[in-house]
Ligand binder design. Structure first.
Ligand code: SF4
Length: 261
C-alpha cells in the first residue's frame, strides 16, 4: 500500500513530533508504512541507536546499507556484530552495479577522489547514490540518522520531510533534534554496540580511503574527505549537490538514460 504525504502533511507531522522522543516517530512510522519503510545506515552511532530503537518496536524492521566496495573491513565485521546482537535482523546490503564501477575505474582510476571534488562526487554517485536511489524507488519512506548538529548543511532538517531528490517519498529523521551527547547517553544506557573504529578516534564512518580519525576540537565530520576545502562534507545521498563538472562523465559511466533518471 502506498502511503502518500504532501508538504503540508509533512510539516504538520514535523511539528507534532518535535520535542517528542525519537521512538514516538519510529512507532508511528513503522505502523504507518509497514514493510514499505526502511532504515538507512552506514553503521555510525546514530544508525546503531535507530536500529536498537526500531528493532525494539518491530524486530522485522527493514534496514539497509550500501557496500561501496571501499568500506573498511571493520564495517563489514560490525554488520555481523549487529546480526548477533539483534537476531533475525532484516539487513539488506546494497551494492553498486559492477559494470558502472568498472567503467568508473577504467575512465578515472580507482583513487580518482583525490584529484578533484568533481571526481570525488562522481565516485560517491556511482558507488553510493546510484544504488541508494534504485533502492529508494521501491520504498514509500526511509529513516535516517541525520542530526541538526552534525554539519552546517544539516541545521535545518525536519523530522518529517518529503524527499524530492528521491521520487517525493517520505524521509524521516527521528534524531534530528538530538545532540552527539544524547546519542552517547542512549548507547551507554542501552549497552548498544558501536562500530570499532570509534575506539580508534574516528567520529564519522565512511569509505576507508576517504575517512580519517579526528583530533580533539574538530567537527564530527571533519575526517570525511579531509583534503578538500570549500566542498560540502556530503556525498549526495542526503542532498543533491550542484557542483557541476561531473554529470557528463556520470552519463558516460551509467548510460544517458540512467543518468537522466
Ligand atoms: S567516500 Fe570515497 S571511496 Fe567512497 S564512494 Fe565516496 S569518493 Fe568513493
Amino acid at each position: 500500500m502506498t502511503v502518500l504525504l504532501d508538504e503540508l502533511d509533512a510539516g504538520e507531522l514535523s511539528i507534532r513530533f518535535e520535542g517528542e522522543e525519537p521512538q514516538a516517530l519510529l512507532e508511528w512510522a513503522l505502523q504507518e508504512f509497514g514493510s514499505q519503510i526502511a532504515i538507512s545506515t552506514a553503521f555510525q552511532k546514530d544508525g546503531s541507536v535507530l536500529i536498537d530503537m526500531a528493532y525494539g518496536i518491530d524486530p522485522s524492521v527493514r534496514v539497509f546499507t550500501v557496500d561501496t566496495g571501499r568500506l573498511p573491513e571493520e564495517t563489514l565485521t560490525f554488520a555481523e556484530t549487529l546480526r548477533g546482537r539483534y537476531p533475525g535482523l532484516n539487513l539488506e546490503i546494497l551494492r553498486p552495479e559492477r559494470e558502472h564501477v568498472q567503467r568508473l575505474v577504467q575512465l578515472k582510476g580507482s583513487d580518482l577522489f583525490r584529484e578533484s571534488v568533481e571526481n570525488r562526487l562522481l565516485c560517491c554517485n556511482v558507488r553510493k547514490v546510484q544504488p541508494l536511489t534504485k533502492h529508494l524507488d521501491t520504498l514509500d519512506a526511509w529513516i535516517t540518522g541525520l542530526r541538526r548538529d552534525q554539519w552546517a548543511t544539516r541545521t535545518n532538517i525536519r523530522k518529517v520531510e518529503i524527499d524530492h531528490d528521491h521520487g517525493a517519498i517520505v524521509k524521516l529523521n527521528p534524531l534530528a533534534e538530538w545532540t552527539s551527547r544524547d546519542v552517547e547517553t542512549y548507547l551507554r544506557e542501552n549497552d548498544v554496540p558501536t562500530h570499532p573504529l570509534y575506539a580508534q578516534g574516528f567520529t564519522s564512518i565512511g569509505c576507508a580511503p576517504c575517512t580519517r580519525a579526528t583530533k580533539a576540537g574538530e567537527d564530527e565530520r571533519a575526517g570525511r574527505w579531509w583534503w578538500e576545502s570549500n566542498a560540502p562534507k556530503e556525498c549526495g545521498m542526503h542532498c543533491s549537490i550542484e557542483h557541476g563538472g561531473f554529470e557528463h562523465e556520470l552519463k558516460a559511466i551509467l548510460g544517458a538514460g540512467l543518468a537522466d533518471a
